[in-house]
Design a protein around this ligand. Structure first.
Ligand SMILES: [Zn+2]
Ligand SMILES: [Zn+2]
Length: 451
């Protein structure tokens, strides 16, 4: 397997004399397997040069895995040459929203106000696939898609072929700063799942936009401090870490110094993790070895594909039980424009009763509520005889929580917790992920608004 970086910059393309070494183009990484499968990870401005190279090689077909549809991950899409070629055939994958399909989102940035060629005028055959968490095969490659923590629904991708594994986890922020005092391992269940997602990979391409010091002013922006990316990679027994999604204001000299700082951090810990800064034009070869490959047709076994019954225009109910006035204002402001139907509960007892009656897809409540607190509400629902109430995701909002309390909450059946304060974008993206995950593998819920 060969991994090649065509764009490593985050947020904004930044060409210029200060970014020659690591490159100025936004996210785009090419994966080619030994048997010739072609997978492109994200379609930032780096996709333009990749497309030119593919046309030179007369390679017109492949798979495009998009993490999310922020500009820096899709701006190269209308400039990706193979999409214009009449022999082209591309399958495009990205996380599903609840309100729009991937095709609608991508065609939005190609409306005539923004771009002279519309999506339906492209010469290639293009299939769009809305994804949620899960696994599927692309040719000989096993793909695992996993939700990341970002202010838009975002998926990371783990690609395995033969004995080679690469994980692409760009645009991700740790869910919590809580760690166990003795082991220094994360407390939050989602952070532990993230380590499992990275585990034993030959190469992890990880968000590392900030330093730990810079991160203090960027909490909730959806990115990782490079020191934390190193901690993750060490804890997950990763062989090689490529720091990725470089801040647009980071020049080459500074980045070289920071990569060196990360290497010293690994050496001080006695680890044998190899750290580099992902740089445009640089390739990494990962031997696939002789392990057997899955022999499945592309696109088969698409467990991660969103069933058509769960497509948009479903009116999705969210039960909200909060007492904080700021949250009371902000949550409906964040969720209503996305088409969520809000059911309010004034206290914990009402939260249980209304969940029984209204059947929301998600319960979002403050940890400390009058009547019953969040844990008690969760226990009441988990003890119910109704299967739907046992499974409904319950997410608690808290300003402070000790590691022991958090463990107790997960034991009580709490799905997740979020630390307040947070932004409307953050909670919106998390709500999408919790609901999508809960829906996975289930038949679609009957809805109040079938239109
Ligand atoms: Zn980004
Ligand atoms: Zn983003």
């Amino acid at each position: 397997m060969r991994v090649r970086f065509w764009g490593t910059r985050g947020s904004l393309a930044k060409p210029g004399r200060d970014t020659l070494q690591y490159g100025g183009n936004t996210a785009c990484t090419e994966i080619r397997t030994d048997d010739g499968s072609l997978i492109v990870l994200d379609c930032g401005t780096g996709a333009n040069d990749l497309g030119r190279q593919l046309l030179l090689e007369k390679l017109y077909r492949g798979h495009l895995l998009i993490t999310h549809t922020h500009w820096d991950h899709i701006q190269g899409f209308p400039f990706f040459g193979p999409l214009f070629h009449h022999d082209g055939a591309w399958s495009v994958y990205a996380p599903a929203g609840l309100g729009t399909t991937l095709e609608e989102t991508l065609s939005g940035q190609m409306r005539y106000e923004y771009f002279p060629v519309t999506l339906d005028q492209l010469g290639a055959q293009i299939d769009f696939h809305d994804l949620t968490e899960g696994e599927f095969n692309l040719g000989s490659v096993r793909v695992t898609a996993r939700y990341l923590n970002h202010p838009a629904p975002t998926l990371g991708y783990r690609l395995e072929v033969g004995g080679a594994t690469v994980v692409y986890a760009s645009d991700h922020e740790p869910h919590s700063q809580h760690t166990h005092a003795r082991t220094n391992l994360p407390v939050h269940r989602e952070d532990i799942r993230h380590l499992e997602f990275l585990a034993d990979a030959d190469l992890v391409i990880h968000d590392a936009q900030y330093t730990a010091e810079e991160y203090l002013d960027k909490v909730g922006w959806g990115h990782t401090a490079m020191e934390v990316a190193v901690e993750f990679a060490l804890a997950a027994n990763v062989h090689r870490l490529a720091l990725f999604h470089h801040d647009p204001f980071r020049d080459d000299d500074t980045l070289n110094g920071l990569v060196e700082m990360c290497r010293e951090m690994v050496a001080a810990r006695g680890g044998n993790l190899d750290v580099c800064g992902a740089a445009e034009g640089v390739s990494v070869d990962l031997p696939e070895g002789s392990a057997p490959r899955p022999r499945l047709e592309a696109g088969t076994d698409l467990q991660a594909l969103v069933p058509t019954g769960l497509r948009p225009k479903v009116k999705t109910k969210v039960l909200i039980a909060v007492k904080d006035p700021a949250l009371k204002r902000m949550l409906p402001f964040a969720l209503r424009p996305e088409g969520f139907d809000i059911v309010n509960a004034a206290d914990g007892k009402a939260a249980v009763e209304k969940t029984r009656k209204e059947r929301p897809s998600l319960v979002l409540m403050e940890w400390d509520m009058p009547g019953l607190n969040g844990l008690e509400v969760c226990r009441a629902l988990r003890d119910d005889e109704d299967d739907e109430l046992i499974r409904v995701p319950v997410v608690l909002i808290t300003e402070r929580a000790e590691a022991g309390e958090i463990s107790a909450a997960f034991e009580a059946g709490v799905t997740d917790y979020v630390s307040a304060p947070f932004t409307p974008q953050y909670i919106r993206s998390r709500v999408y992920a919790w609901i999508r995950r809960a829906w996975q593998g289930q038949t679609p819920k009957p809805t109040t608004d079938p239109g």
